[in-house]
Write a protein that binds this ligand. Structure first.
Ligand code: ARG
Length: 435
């Protein structure tokens, strides 16, 4: 282990050091860019209140800029010998700038340092997920428009129910993703508060320019009470992962549906060879493994969420337990980005078998229409229902598209409301910094 920031001359036990540092060198590698950026903002803030002079600010920010370049080029690598990324940054500043480097941590603790780095990282990750969700939702709306008159059964309990369309199904998934944008936007505003200046959780005896540092880092506002910020670590991450769950539960349903649609017995959809894998023993097989893993990926996020939720059962203030919220948060965000981004790719690789879709709209699917028609003609609905039920086996085949066209109330298969959905997605898009 390289020396620590808190080294006071005592002997540390190597096993204890490894046990406490764990995989921070790997996780903090991903936070380095954010940590460097926040450190530079902290330094500029110290300059504004005269704790560092202009020359020191210049030296420190220049060295931090160099480290950022080295990090971007893969030359600032943390190793098992680094306790964490925060230590690695300060050690390098000390190596390069001597005493000036030793001033960087004035008025700061690793507790607010890791908090700010996590929030900057999470804000970017949420924006990335939202971008994918928006692209996916729009691709689904395009499919909905193209296939607005492609008949298929609508199912309840996985049993054929009423005539529907592929467009209606696609619009439903699109609206599911649109719903997840509300959760992602809420998680984003929670994250978008600067904790810097809180130090170990109780402020410091310096007139820190918290607001200036917050603005410098592009945060929407300063988190007010440092003890609240410290104690929010993990709870905020759980909300971020819950928003991920929202998107992932929609994608899981999408994947489930496609896996059913591609099943030989349904045969509604064929997936491009590029989206399938083979069997090592059954020569004829083309399996939709990608779809199945998109379905299972939701469980990774739920597992991560659960891990974080149980860790945060703590009293107020910083506790080292909180370090263990970092891994699951990154795992959940990674899984969400990787999975949600696949939605448009899957849509592109799908070929519809329109004949099989239409053929599945069998006569009994028209039973409800028939009962409603009778009710409109004056037969009390319950009577009409019983009459149609008694004649089910003799029901004539109907015209699915005529049935669709008759369902004109807003949002129904005959009136998808795609423009309204597109408008709502564009409205929600404003909550994110989308690429
Ligand atoms: N690796 C630590 C974490 O993620 C950094 C903060 C350490 N703070 C402390 N007081 N030991 O929580």
């Amino acid at each position: 282990m390289a020396s620590t920031l808190w080294d006071k001359g005592g002997v540390s036990d190597a096993l204890m050091m490894r046990y406490t540092a764990r995989d921070d060198f790997r996780l903090d590698q991903r936070l380095l860019a954010y940590d460097l950026k926040a450190t530079a903002a902290h330094v500029r803030g110290l300059g504004r209140i005269g704790v560092l002079n202009a020359d020191e600010v210049q030296k420190l920010t220049a060295a931090l800029g160099d480290l950022a370049v080295e990090n971007a080029e893969g030359r600032f690598l943390l190793t098992e010998r680094d306790e964490d990324g925060h230590t690695a940054i300060e050690m390098r500043l000390q190596d390069r700038l001597g005493d000036v480097g030793k001033k960087v941590h004035t008025g700061r603790s690793r507790n607010d340092q890791v908090l700010v780095a996590m929030r900057l990282y999470e804000r970017d990750a949420i924006d990335e997920i939202a971008t994918h969700a928006i692209v996916g939702a729009r691709a689904l709306l395009d499919l909905a428009e193209r296939e607005a008159r492609t008949a298929m059964p609508g199912y309840t309990h996985l049993q054929r129910a009423v005539p529907s369309t592929v467009g209606y199904w696609a619009a439903a998934i699109a609206e599911g993703l649109e719903g997840s944008l509300f959760s992602l936007a809420a998680a984003r505003s929670l994250v978008d508060q600067s904790p810097l200046g809180g130090a170990a959780g109780f402020g410091v005896n310096l007139p820190l320019d918290r607001d200036g540092v917050s603005k410098d880092l592009g945060f929407a506002r300063v988190a007010v009470n440092p003890l609240a910020s410290q104690s929010s670590r993990g709870i905020v991450e759980a909300m971020v992962l819950s928003a991920c769950f929202h998107a992932m539960a929609v994608v899981r349903r999408f994947a489930w549906d496609i896996s059913l649609f591609t099943m030989s017995e349904m045969g509604f959809v064929k997936l491009d060879d590029a989206l399938t894998t083979g069997s090592s023993i059954m020569p004829q097989k083309r399996n939709p493994d990608v779809i199945e893993l998109m379905r299972a990926a939701c469980s990774v996020v739920v597992g991560a969420l659960n891990e974080v939720q149980t860790i945060v059962a703590l009293p107020s203030g910083y506790h080292r337990d909180l370090q263990l919220t970092k891994g699951p948060t990154m795992r959940g965000l990674d899984e969400t980005i990787a999975t949600v981004s696949l939605v448009p790719r899957v849509l592109k690789g799908m070929t519809l078998d329109r004949a099989r879709l239409a053929a599945a709209v069998t006569p009994e699917c028209f039973a409800t229409d028939k009962a409603v028609d009778l009710a409109v003609a004056g037969v009390p609905f319950r009577e009409a229902y019983k009459k149609v039920a008694a004649e089910i086996s003799g029901l004539a085949q109907g015209d699915p598209l005529a049935s669709i066209d008759a369902r004109t109330s807003f949002g129904s298969p005959g009136n998808l409301g795609l423009d309204e959905l597109a408008r709502r997605i564009s409205e929600l898009e404003k909550s994110f910094a989308v690429a």
